[in-house]
Structure formats: structure tokens, C-alpha cells
Design a protein around this ligand. Structure first.
Ligand code: NAP
Length: 305
């Protein structure tokens, strides 16, 4: 693999940024990676563990002369961060983000950016329930998809370079429109997270099943919900506030299907249940065949979401 950028700046040093740093180093994809985080604590941790070639205490110093600036902060603060860095961006630089929602982030970020920079929003479909500067690892993006929104810039080479970086970090890359991205993610990620949060909340409320029983017997399905429901509260609050429309649409569909299953159970309609579960099993098989999960019986998916 070869170097794509002379200098990359990572703004926010959590799970995604730290994984990007280790993946960039693994692939030799940048001459220098500069990092910035808002808290002294995170910057100190980054320096201690060698996360980034250089950690700056000032956000504008971090983006100065960078060829690529990656916004790795929660979706709800992307706009404010873009406003802060805008005056210090190098002409011709590319700005991207890794936010889990696209339309809202584009609307928040784009107005702040000078015309002299290229804006190519992105979203790596990879993560874990862990967060912070010490949670990253170089393999996070291997064989995962990264979606790029390329209609924000007329500059094809800016989008191509960013795609090259993501491929170098192990991802498969696809381009998508922002609206469609938000709908796809509402189905594949956002609504499932909400359901996991709900199910864990329900178990927490049920007094007839003791806490120790819930923990002890969780391998029978509940365990995967708890893993997802342990995801970062700030990140997920922002995701739902930002992808409101699509999530509500899918949640409406989910509620209807849940009522239909509820009715089938009440009426003893085994055919309905069997047909439904046959259909869902085929979807699972498709995911395994596409290499997006393993067939290990203990939900053995390691760290990837
Ligand atoms: P994370 O581990 O919680 O790290 C977030 C970083 O953002 C931290 O460095 C934090 O700084 C900084 N930050 C938080 N609030 C801020 C604010 N108000 N102003 C400035 N900086 C702030 O988060 P992450 O999982 O890497 O997520 C980062 C982005 O990636 C989010 O937009 C998320 O939607 C997206 N994403 C996440 C996943 C996932 O599964 N985790 C997957 C794909 C995309 P301090 O450490 O100083 O507090």
C-alpha cells in the first residue's frame, strides 16, 4: 500500500479516530497524523499510548496544513467543530466525517466550510460498544463497508483519494446519497439499537426475573442485546435526534409487524410464525454469506458490530 495523504488531522480521539490512526499506520497511508481532542485527559492518554504522531492542544493548530481533516466527534457537535476549524483549513484540503447520520451532518457542516476545501462526508459501518482513545484497533474496518457521500464536491479526485484511504484501511467502499444512507442505516443499525436498548430496559424493569437470573441465562439471546445496549449514550442520543424521520418510519413498520406477531401468538397461528421465521432466517444466511458475520454458534463475532 502507498501513502495517500501527506498529513491527516483527526478531530476527536475516540474509538473511530483511534482505529483510523492504527489502520493508517498499518497501511503506511499518511506521512503524518495529527490528533486533537477537546479534553486534556484524552489528549494526555493519546500522548501516553502513542496515538497520533503529534497531538495538538489547539484545534486550529491541529488542522493547519492538513490535506485531510476527519471529524470524529458525536453527530450533534459536527457543525460546531466545523465552524471552529474553518478559518484554519488549507486551501485544497479535503474535509470528511465519520458520523453515523449523513443528511443532518451535511446540513450542519457544509455551511461553515470555505469554498476552497472539498467536503466528502463518510460513514464506516464498523464499531464496537467501547469508546474512547484506548478502544481503537487497526483491524476494525477490515472487510467492513465505508459509505461515502460524493455529491457535496465536484472534485472527483478528492473523493477518489478518500476512497483509496478507506480501502487502504481494509474497508470496502461504496457511494450513496445522504437520504438513502439514513434510511438504510435506520433499518440496519439505528432501529436495532433502539430495540436492544428497549429490551435491556424491559429486563431491568421485570421484577419477577431476578437480576442474577438475567445475567446467568443471558446467553439464550439477551447477551447480544446487552452488548449493543452498552454503546455510548452520547453517540446514540445524537443518532436518534439527527436521524429522526427515517428512524420513526422504520419504527412504525416495526411496531406494525410486532403487533402482527403478537396477534399470531395470541391466536395460535403457527403458520404465520413459521413463515415469518423462515423469511428472517434467509436474511441471516445472506449476511453470513456476504462475509459480514461468522456462523459461529456463540455469536462469535469478536469486536465488530
Ligand atoms: P467516542 O469513542 O465516544 O469518541 C468521541 C470523541 O469526540 C472524543 O474524543 C470526545 O472528546 C469528542 N467529543 C465528544 N463530545 C464533543 C464535543 N462536544 N466537542 C468536541 N469533541 C467532542 O466516539 P466514536 O465511537 O469514535 O464516535 C465518533 C463518531 O463516529 C460519531 O459521530 C459516531 O456517530 C461515529 N461512528 C461511531 C461508530 C461506533 O460504533 N462507535 C461507528 C461508526 C461511526 P473527549 O474524549 O475529549 O471527551
Amino acid at each position: 500500500m502507498s501513502q495517500v495523504y501527506d498529513r491527516v488531522a483527526l478531530i476527536g480521539l475516540g474509538l473511530i479516530a483511534s482505529s483510523m490512526f492504527w489502520a493508517i499506520k498499518r497501511g503506511g497511508l499518511a506521512g503524518e497524523v495529527v490528533g486533537y481532542a477537546r479534553s486534556q485527559e484524552t489528549r494526555d492518554t493519546a500522548r501516553r499510548i502513542g496515538l497520533c504522531d503529534r497531538v495538538e492542544d489547539d484545534i486550529q493548530a491541529a488542522v493547519k496544513d492538513a490535506d485531510l481533516v476527519v471529524l470524529c466527534v458525536p453527530v450533534g457537535v459536527m457543525g460546531a467543530v466545523a465552524e471552529q476549524i474553518a478559518p484554519a483549513l488549507k486551501a485544497g484540503a479535503t474535509v470528511t466525517d465519520v458520523g453515523s447520520v449523513k443528511k443532518n451532518v451535511i446540513e450542519a457542516v457544509a455551511p461553515h466550510l470555505p469554498n476552497s476545501v472539498h467536503f466528502v462526508p463518510g460513514h464506516p459501518l464498523a464499531g464496537t460498544e467501547h469508546s474512547g482513545p484506548e478502544s481503537g484497533f487497526a483491524e476494525l474496518f477490515d472487510n467492513r463497508w465505508c459509505l461515502l457521500i460524493t455529491d457535496q464536491t465536484a472534485d472527483r479526485s478528492a473523493a477518489d483519494d478518500l476512497a483509496r484511504l478507506w480501502r487502504g484501511m481494509g474497508s470496502n467502499v461504496e457511494e450513496m446519497e445522504a437520504d438513502h444512507h439514513d434510511l438504510v442505516l435506520a433499518v440496519t443499525s439505528h432501529t436495532p439499537h433502539l430495540i436492544a436498548y428497549t429490551m435491556v430496559g424491559v429486563a431491568d424493569d421485570l421484577r419477577r426475573v431476578s437480576e442474577s437470573e438475567v445475567i446467568k441465562y443471558s446467553a439464550s439471546g439477551f447477551r447480544d442485546f446487552t452488548r449493543i445496549a452498552a454503546s455510548d449514550p452520547t453517540m446514540w442520543r445524537d443518532v436518534f435526534l439527527s436521524n429522526k424521520e427515517a428512524t420513526l418510519e422504520i419504527l412504525g413498520r416495526f411496531t406494525e409487524e410486532l403487533f402482527a406477531l403478537q396477534r399470531a401468538i395470541r391466536q395460535g397461528d403457527g403458520d404465520h410464525l413459521h413463515d415469518y421465521f423462515t423469511r428472517t432466517r434467509a436474511i441471516r444466511r445472506g449476511i453470513v454469506e456476504a462475509g459480514q458475520d461468522t456462523d459461529a454458534p456463540d455469536f462469535g463475532r469478536g469486536k465488530a458490530l
